[in-house]
Ligand binder design. Structure first.
Ligand SMILES: CNC(=O)COc1cccc(Nc2cc(Cl)ccn2)c1
Length: 345
């Protein structure tokens, strides 16, 4: 066997024995690198006679091509083997049962569950869902909702204010989701039937008040909308939400700048036991505020109160969720304690 045949055999054996790309690269450098065995052979051609160079040169080129092809083939094999190994290691067996621990499964936060549940109930009644900015202008959060200048709600003790911007305008963190309703009245010709879930903010924090809380408000504006319609809409909602066939509600006269008349609504329940029961009992639980949209608010929305009427309501979601889930402390909603989530989620 010639020295070229011996080199060919040993290089092909080294290439076959390389079990990863690093080892294979080392073999390539040892054969085809500047000081590689094949490169050294090619350098000997210079000192040969033309006849020797012709025969030896051809043989060395055959060797070089054979080694190059073997290196390429081996690299492809190794790459495919690496892909197969990953596929095997990372394969997810979708036929496996779900993980035992709920905490590992991940879950929907109870507030999100309640938002989905309430918006689904109103969506079934023909309402659309509207959203708006959490950072609102003073105009949409107060003025367009008929809050007079100097109203206490406009004070710092209740509302988060931003520093005035370059135009001297002071933005606020919205204290309710009502601004979205004004924006909708400006943008949409009645009939309007919208439900607005969202975060709201107030300078308040104790066992039943969190500085960030969730509200759902609703608005109906049409050529004919009255208190009887309002009562029906809220009764239908409560029966579905509290899962009872009949519900007794009490409308107590109240006051909100943006509604006239205004009411606070209680639902009859039984609070004698550890868990509040709805649809029975002789106790009352306040669940929401509502009323006929004040004519000034219709006007701010660009509507003529002689042509259109409306009613609206608002409820604190966190409070409703505490009622439904029987939770003692509102602040637990936002502590992201896995034990709490496991229990309520
Ligand atoms: C937690 N929420 C409450 O205690 C009371 O919320 C309420 C009560 C009555 C009406 C509304 N919203 C509303 C919005 C517009 Cl644009 C016009 C008229 N009203 C919200």
């Amino acid at each position: 066997m010639s020295d070229i045949d011996q080199l060919n055999a040993s290089l092909l054996a080294e290439i076959a024995a390389a079990d990863d790309e690093t080892a294979l690269e080392a073999v390539r450098v040892s054969a085809l690198g500047k000081k590689g065995s094949v490169s050294e052979l090619l350098k000997t051609l210079g000192a040969m006679t033309p006849e020797e160079r012709q025969s030896k040169g051809a043989a060395i080129n055959v060797l070089k091509n054979a080694v190059t092809e073997a290196l390429t083939a081996r690299k492809t094999t190794l790459r495919q083997a690496a892909i197969d190994a990953r596929l095997k290691a990372e394969t997810v067996d979708v036929s496996l049962p779900v993980r035992s621990s709920p905490a590992e499964r991940g879950r929907i936060h109870p507030i999100s569950q309640i938002v989905d549940e309430i918006t689904a109930i109103f969506a079934d009644m023909g309402f659309s869902i509207a959203e708006g900015p959490d950072i609102e202008t003073d105009y949409y959060n107060f003025t367009a909702l008929n809050f007079p200048e100097g109203h206490p709600a406009r004070e710092m003790h209740d509302t988060f204010f931003f520093n005035p911007d370059e135009n001297g305008e002071r933005k606020v963190l919205r204290t309710h989701t009502s601004p979205v309703q004004v924006r909708t009245m400006e943008a949409q010709t009645p009939p309007i039937r919208i439900i607005i879930p969202g975060k709201t903010y107030r300078q308040d924090s104790d066992a039943t008040h969190s500085p960030m809380f969730h509200q759902v408000e609703g608005l109906v504006v049409d050529k004919k909308a009255n208190v009887a319609n309002l009562r029906w809409v809220l009764e239908e909602f409560c029966k579905t939400f509290f899962e009872v066939n009949s519900v007794t509600m009490r409308f107590r006269p109240s006051f909100f700048p943006f509604t006239e008349p205004s009411f606070e609504v209680d639902i009859q329940c039984d609070r004698s036991g550890p868990i509040v029961k709805f649809g029975e009992g002789t106790d009352w639980m306040e669940i929401l505020g509502c009323g006929m949209v004040h004519p000034n608010v219709l006007r701010y929305g660009g509507l003529d109160p002689d042509e259109y009427q409306g009613f609206a309501w608002g409820m604190g979601l966190d409070r409703i969720a505490m009622l439904k889930y029987g939770m003692p402390d509102l602040r637990d909603f936002f502590n992201a304690d896995v034990r709490w989530m496991t229990h309520y989620g």
